[in-house]
Design a protein around this ligand. Structure first.
Ligand SMILES: [Zn+2]
Length: 540
């Protein structure tokens, strides 16, 4: 007789990760699996419920339990152990019930489950409760899969567009939103071909005109917009972001950036989706060209990059932050920039230091360190050894935490079993134990995560040392070509910390300590109309 199998698939529409394609794909995989087993499918349970709710308390879970109880099925198949439950005790208890009823249990990620104490099952179950990372990954996979089918992702359409939805209400593409699309086209026309007088307008001028016309900004068209400025106040960067956006030329891209960061994924991982264009390709490309040119012109006006921000401290121990006054950039003790100054006792009277002076002093000192390659490498190796030694206690703690997690898993299984037999007062006390075990487990997992992050992040790896040595070699032959980012990266790799005190700087780095006098630069040239705060000098 052919054995009868039931599929139990679960999604949770409350969890971002569970939305989308996962239910059909769970079912597909399970069907194939059952076919391979040679069993017949008698029921497919599709649960839409949080994995935190006990299986027996879910509508489909209860029906499945009944089928098992009356032996209407011979086997239960789930896609992944964590689909069953996010609570290990609930998971193991469910599996145990089914096994005891004489039903075979399969999870695609574990295989046939012979016992609820099967170590693989226990481990997978615990991993399932460590949701966050997986949720992100699964969510990303789902979105990528969706983008590959030529659909756009995201709950909000870019300015100039509205969403097109399919018959099920699912977002498939964009369509132009007439009024906004006109504004986008106007921006491109002014920027690339000029206004009615034929004069091309820069982003700032365009912003000004749109503001004068009282056109709602892209931000204002968002639901839930919180007004911080006057209505219809366009900004140059809003205009520039519209000019940059390739969507308007008909190509929308998914997966360009990694998470919420500015870092980009490799180009071959981007997924292109064709959308209706608001401007032709030629216009868009001309706009990019013009934008590149304008950048060169405005370079001298760009914001000063403080090389040492976050790396420089005042002798009083407070961080110093970049600040512009009297026509120059300075690092100022954060005490001075404290808005509550009048409420606090004045404890630091340190002067600000000119950023251009100390930035150059520090960088030149670092170049000195790079001058002696042999010494540099030796220092870095010593620093690496010291770092490893400092990590030892952390590694020990990691081992201890992992051992405690294993013990907690054993405890949980025991309680889970006992709980099945217990009733009344005993059950109550066991439940309390169970809560304690769950809390202990959560705390241990959090600690484990912290330790793993700490152990991963701070490393002075062989690669970092290699990078530093290679850069030092470039310096040696005079081809270092160090722009701001190169400098900054090297300072960070060397873990540079600078302290200033009364005209003296002290640098602490992995490659050694250096101190010296901060160079003196000509005093600020005062203009009658800047700063406005009469009497301010650079000796502040
Ligand atoms: Zn200070």
């Amino acid at each position: 007789m052919i054995k009868k199998a039931a599929i139990y698939a679960r999604v949770s529409t409350d969890d971002q990760a569970d939305k989308g394609y996962s239910l059909p794909s769970q079912l597909d995989s399970c069907r194939q699996y059952i076919e391979q087993l040679g069993y017949s499918i008698v029921a497919e349970f599709k649960e839409d419920n949080s994995g935190a709710v006990p299986v027996i308390d879910r509508p489909q879970g209860r029906r499945l339990a009944e089928m098992v109880k009356f032996r209407e099925v011979d086997a239960v198949v789930v896609h992944q152990v964590d689909r069953l439950s996010r609570d290990i005790v609930d998971l193991l208890a469910s599996v145990r019930n089914w096994l005891r009823a004489g039903v075979e249990v399969y999870a695609l990620d574990v295989g046939k489950i012979e016992s609820e104490l099967d170590i693989v099952l226990v481990i997978k179950g615990w991993q399932g409760s460590d949701e966050r990372k997986k949720i992100r990954e699964r969510s990303m996979r789902g979105k990528r899969a969706k983008a590959r089918t030529g659909r756009v992702i995201g709950s909000r359409a870019p300015y100039g567009y509205d969403h097109v939805r399919d018959e099920n209400g699912k977002i498939v593409n964009f369509e132009p939103l007439e009024e906004e699309a006109k504004i986008v086209q106007l921006i491109y026309r002014w920027y690339v071909y000029g206004d009615e007088s034929g004069q091309r307008l820069a982003a700032g001028r365009i912003a000004k005109r749109l503001s004068e016309m009282h056109i709602s900004t892209p931000g204002e068209t968002n639901p839930g917009y919180h007004r911080t400025r006057g209505k219809g106040m366009w900004h140059a960067y809003t205009v520039l972001s519209i000019i940059e956006r390739e969507t308007y030329a008909g190509i929308w891209r998914f997966g360009v950036r990694i998470g919420p960061t500015r870092n980009q994924r490799p180009k071959d991982e981007w997924i292109e989706v064709n959308v209706p264009a608001l401007v032709d390709r030629e216009t868009w490309e001309l706009a990019q060209e013009l934008k590149g040119q304008n950048k060169v012109f405005s370079r001298r006006n760009k914001k000063y990059n403080y090389l040492l921000s976050g790396l420089i401290r005042c002798v009083c121990g407070r961080a110093m932050s970049g600040e512009f006054f009297s026509d120059h950039q300075y690092y100022t003790c954060s005490w001075r920039n404290n808005h509550h100054i009048h409420l606090e006792e004045r404890v630091c009277k340190a002067r600000s230091v000119r950023a251009d002076a100390i930035d150059a002093d520090v960088w030149e000192s670092i170049l000195d360190l790079f001058g002696d390659l042999e010494k540099l490498e030796k220092q870095l190796r010593i620093a690496q050894q010291e770092e490893l030694a400092a990590l030892d206690p952390k590694l020990e703690e990691l081992n201890a935490v992992q051992a405690m997690i294993a013990q907690t898993e054993v405890d949980a299984v025991e309680i889970g079993q006992a709980l099945k037999r217990a009733a009344g007062l005993v059950a109550k006390s066991l439940e309390q134990n169970m809560n304690e075990v769950n809390q202990r487990y959560d705390a241990l997992c959090r600690r484990l995560e912290t330790l793993q992050t700490e152990l991963n992040v701070t490393q002075l790896t062989d690669d970092t040392i290699q990078d530093l040595i290679e850069f030092a070699q470039d310096v040696f032959v005079g081809i270092e070509n160090a722009d701001f980012h190169t400098k900054r990266r090297n300072l960070e790799m060397l873990k540079v910390r600078v302290e200033v005190n009364n005209g003296i700087f002290k640098i602490d780095s992995l490659a050694g300590q250096i101190s010296g006098e901060i160079r003196k630069l000509p005093k600020a040239i005062r203009y009658s109309d800047d700063s406005g705060g009469g009497g301010v000098t650079n000796s502040r």
